[in-house]
Design a protein. Structure first.
Length: 207
């Protein structure tokens, strides 16, 4: 929890550090590609460990001085090891073994983002993404494997900032924090939804 709080505080500080000495945006489109770290949330989450194996691509098009529409595509891999225990597989089968849980997700969303005025280097923003998530939960135990596939509806608010290396340039970094909620269900794995707190850092090109 201390690590999560530290991430949130850092993201908020970076977001609002550039709110003074403002001016409107000077770019028409942007693309970003970067690292996507996600923390599973909720009391009934399928995996517990933080996912450091993730990537995100995003495109945005400005529709006025402060707002853009776009889309993004992400990929995340979650993993949890379970020490030896007895698993109840069905009404007639139990297995005593250790196990490995994996969860692969492919979120895709249409996005709308609002940009605060820029001070040159920093361009803070808030946004909302809506779309779908393809997920594939897997359970490996002994020589056996269980896996399923499902789709769910995604809602994902986000807050972040763009940092331009040069105020007059077109290359920088994008730092964002977002909370994802999707309706993916998988009764065999006791999954009723998917929730994650995500942090992304990547290069951004503005043109």
């Amino acid at each position: 929890m201390k690590i999560i709080n530290r991430y949130i505080i850092s993201a908020v500080l970076v977001l609002f550090v550039g709110l003074n000495q403002c001016k409107a945006q000077s770019f028409d489109q942007l693309m970003t590609f970067g690292w996507d770290v996600n923390i599973p949330m909720g009391s009934d989450k399928f995996v517990d460990d933080v996912s450091h194996a993730g990537a995100k691509f995003e495109f945005r098009k400005m529709i006025d001085e402060h707002m853009s529409l776009g889309f993004d595509l992400s990929w995340n891999s979650y993993y949890t090891y379970l020490p030896t225990q007895t698993f109840h597989l069905n009404a007639s089968t139990d297995a005593t073994t250790d196990a490995f849980k994996y969860l692969y997700t492919l979120p895709m969303a249409v996005t709308a983002d609002w940009y605060f005025d820029s001070n040159g280097h920093f361009i803070p923003y808030v946004g909302l993404g809506m779309g779908a998530v393809y997920s594939q939960p897997k359970l490996y135990f002994n020589i056996y494997e269980l896996n399923e596939e499902n789709w769910g509806f995604l809602v994902r608010p986000e807050v972040g900032t763009i940092f331009k290396f040069d105020p007059a340039g077109d290359v920088g970094l994008m730092l964002g924090a977002r909370y994802s909620i999707s309706t993916n269900e998988e009764p065999a794995f006791r999954i009723s939804d998917l929730k994650a707190l995500g942090f992304n850092l990547g290069f951004v090109w503005l043109y």
